[in-house]
Design a protein around this ligand. Sequence first.
Ligand SMILES: CC(C)(COP(=O)(O)OP(=O)(O)OC[C@H]1O[C@@H](n2cnc3c(N)ncnc32)[C@H](O)[C@@H]1OP(=O)(O)O)[C@@H](O)C(=O)NCCC(=O)NCCS
Length: 167
Amino acid sequence: MPVNLHALAEHHIPQVLEACHDWKELAQHGPPYWRPRSSAELRRKIVDAAGPQLAQAYSFVLADDSQLVGETSIHAIDWRNRVAQVGICIWRPEDRRRGYGRAGAEAAISWALDELGLLRLEAWILATNKASQELFAGLDFAYEGTLTGRYQHGGVRHDVVVYGLTR
Ligand SMILES: CC(C)(COP(=O)(O)OP(=O)(O)OC[C@H]1O[C@@H](n2cnc3c(N)ncnc32)[C@H](O)[C@@H]1OP(=O)(O)O)[C@@H](O)C(=O)NCCC(=O)NCCS
C-alpha cells in the first residue's frame, strides 16, 4: 500500500490526537504512547526540528490517499557517532498488516542514511512485539541484544530488544 511521508506539522495535530485516542492499546507497544498524547508534545517535536541547526529527532506522519495512518521518526540522533533510532507506528489496529509499516519504515530509513548521512540505525522494540521485530528483520536489521526491564508498563517491567543496521 503506497504511503507518503510528511514532516509533522501544526495542522496534523488534531488528526494525530484523534487517531491516538486509544492510547492504552498503543501503550503496550512502547513509547511515546505510555500516556495520552498531547498537543504540547507534538508541538515540541515540530519546534525541535525547526532548524536551522540539526535536530536530535525528526518526526513524520504517514498518509494514504484519504487519511493519516501513522507516524515514523528518526530520533535519539547521536551526530558525533552518526547513530539514531527509528520509530514506526500504524496507529489504528485495522490499518495494520496493509503494508504501511514497511513502506513508512523503508522511507524513513532511506532518508536517514542517504540524506542525513547516518551510518548506523537502531530499532528498540519490546521483546513481546513480534510484528515489529519481523518488520525490522525484513529490512536487514539484525538482533543485537536485550535490555532487561527497560520499559515499564502497567507496573510491570518489560525487556526491550535492540535491532541494528550498520552501513
Ligand atoms: C509493527 C507495525 C509498525 C508493522 O506495521 P504494519 O503496517 O502492520 O506492517 P506491514 O503490513 O507493512 O508488514 C511488514 C512486515 O512486518 C511483519 N509483520 C507485520 N505485522 C506482523 C504480525 N502481526 N506478526 C508478524 N509479523 C508481522 C511481517 O514481516 C510483514 O511482512 P509480510 O507482510 O511480508 O509478512 C504495526 O504492527 C504497528 O504499528 N504496531 C503498533 C505499534 C508498534 O508496535 N510500533 C513499533 C514499535 S517498535
